[in-house]
Design a protein around this ligand. Sequence first.
Ligand SMILES: [Zn+2]
Length: 492
Amino acid sequence: MFAVRIEELADANIDVLDTALAAAKRKRDEADVDIAAITAVVDARQLFQEHSQSTIKAYLKQQLNCSGPDALRIKRRARLFNQHPEIADVFANSRISAGQVDAMATAQQHPRAGDQFADFAALFVSQAERLEHDEFTAAIKHFITQADQDGAFNDQKFHEDQRTASVRVDDGAISMHASGGDPLSAAEMKRIFDLAVEAEAHKDFETRRKLYGNDALAQPMPRSADQRRFDAVHAIFMASVTAAADGKRPEPLVNIILDATTSLEVLARHGFLDLTTNNHDTNDHNRDHNRDHNRDHDDLAATDPTTRRCATSTGVALHPDIAMKAMLYGSIRRVIVDAHDVIINMGRTQRLFTGKARHAAQLLAVQCGYRGCDIPAEFCDVDHIEPWINGGETNQANSMPLCGPHDRRKHTKQLSGRRDRHGRIHLITPNGTVIKPLNAPDPQWAEPQPKPEQPRRHRQYTWDQWVTKHPELTNLPAPPHGTTFSDLRPAA
Ligand SMILES: [Zn+2]
C-alpha cells in the first residue's frame, strides 16, 4: 500500500500534498475519537475483565500492543470526551490536535485543578483552535497553577528542596549532573547555557570564515554541536573565576512577564495591597461567577486563563509567589503587561525596532512568529505587522518577532499580519489565505482586512453651509469662526 501511495504522490505539487495530508489527518483524528469511544464503553462496563485484565490500561496494552504511557493517554482522552463530548466533536472534525486534547485531559483529570476545568472547557476549545501547540500547553499549565496555587507551589518547592549537583572525574573525563531547583534559577541557567553555546558557534563561524573565506558556508564547522556544548559548559565554569572587565554585574538575563491582574492578586494575597474596598473583581467573586453556567462571553473574556501571564520571557511558567519574591527582592527585571499585552509605546518616531521597543516586542513572544518555527524571540528581528510606509507605528501592538529567513519570506511573499479577537497576529498571503494548521478554521478577526488604504476624504462644510443642510439648527448660536463640519455618512 505504501509503495502504491508513494507512486501516486511522487509527482504531486505541495498543494495536492497539503490536501492529502489534511484528509489523512482528518481520518486519523476520527479514528482516535472512535478508539476513545470504545475505550469509554469498555471502561464503564468493566469489560476488560472478560480478558482477565483488571484495568482498562492493561486491556489497551493487550489489544493495541501499545506502551503504558500510550494506553494511559487513550484512557484519559476517553474520560475527557465522556465528560465533554463537544471536545470530541471538534477533534473528530480535525480542528484541534491530539496533543492539545491530551493537554486538556491532563487539566481535566488533575487531582486538584480538575474540578474547575468544566468552567473553562468551552474557552479552552476555542483557544486550542487558534494557539500553537506549545502556547496552548503553556496556557494549560497556567490554568493548573492558577487553579491549584498551593499544589503548584508545593511542586515547585519540591524541586527546589530536591536540588542537587555533582561533578566527577572518571578516567580523566568529566561527568556532571544537576537537577531540581526553582523555575527561575532553571530559566536563568538555561539562558546562560544557550548564550554560551551561541558564543561557541560564533567562534566556529569566525574560524571557518578565516580558513575558507568566501567558500566558508560550504565547509563543515570545526567542532560538532556536541563538542561546542561541552566547551560552552567549560567557558561558564571558567567565567565564574574571571571578573568582568568593567566589574559590573551583567544585565538581567531573564525577565518575568506578569499580567496586571496576576501581579495585583499576588500582592493582595500576601497583604501588600488591599483590593477589597472598591473592587468587585476579587478571586472569590470570580470563582462563584464562573460556576454560574449562564455567564456570557464577556465574563469568560475577563477571566480567560490564557490571558494570564506569569512566566519567564523564555516561557518557563512561574508560580506567582516566586514572581512576587523577585518583585520584592528582585535582581531580576520584571515586566507587567496590560490586557492587550502592550508594554511600552514608542510612537511613530523610529522606523526600526531598536533598544527598548525592540526588547519589549521580543519579550511578548517566546519565539519567531511564523507558525512552527522554534527560533527564540531574542534571536529574532522585530517586524512591523502593518508596514511603516503604510503608516504602521513602531510600537508593541504593531510588532512581531521573526527570525531572519521568515522575516525575508514575509517581505518576498508579501505576507501581511492581521490581529484576531484575542490580540494574536496571524500571517496572511496576498490572496487572503491564512497561514494556519490543516483543517483549522479561520480566526475571528478583530481588525478589517489590511489593505493599502487612502485616508478617507470627507466633504467639509462651513457653519453656514451646514445650517442650510440642517434647518433645525438655525436657532442655535454659531460656533467659533472657522469651525468646519465633516459629513461622515457615505455619499448618497
Ligand atoms: Zn522563524
